[in-house]
Design a protein around this ligand. Sequence first.
Ligand code: PXP
Length: 248
Amino acid sequence: MATEKLRLGVNIDHVATVRNARGGDTPDPVRAAVLAQEAGADGITAHLREDRRHISDADIDGLMAALSVPLNFEMAATDEMQKIALRHKPHAVCIVPEKREERTTEGGLEVAREENHLAHFIAPLRDAGCRVSIFIAADQRQIDAANRIGAQVIELHTGAYCDAHAIGDFATRDEELEKMREMSAYAHALGLEVHAGHGLTYDTVQPVAAFPEVRELNIGHFIIGEAIFRGLTPAIAEMRRLMDKVRE
Ligand code: PXP
């Protein structure tokens, strides 16, 4: 299992953040996505937030038209987003929790509490041929619920692990990593495909990439930031190299 190629999904939301800071057309996230694809990204991730703070509806149109790699469309479980997803039918939809006041997606989705609603919500997306992924914490209760509602994929939230690393709290970091390791194996044994992401950097990616059950990592903020210093193509190439090295 460990020899399977680990896919890298590049999240281009923060190219749109920079564009929107000035309200014009540049930098264009679709251009960044095409460049990321040429640089070896196996997929592109974009989150259309309810408040459109970064990615816009027009960006999603542009991504659908321009990409040959799969688009992973991140969205909240709202009627508006469901309609948009059903219109575009992207390769994958990743259901995430969304709060207006948060700076980024802070936690995983409470699937267990919303099981009925989410089961009905994702059914038409699955019927339309989208792979449905649920962004959750490494918590058995949430994984069981994701499995029961018919999701094909879970994406484990790596934020707590990365935050603990960033502040030098290595005991918490290692605990978070251990939870993710156990829950990757648990979810895989249930037949779910396992992805992971949020906050990953060159320093934190390898221990997660080493989990044999993880098939895809979605990484954005760090890569886009690093692109300022070394360019987008080399920034992606280095992430790819680090990921591939641990799977050798
Ligand atoms: N995966 C999901 C589900 C996310 O919501 C995000 C952030 O939008 C990411 C991955 C990427 O996180 P980051 O931009 O911190 O690398």
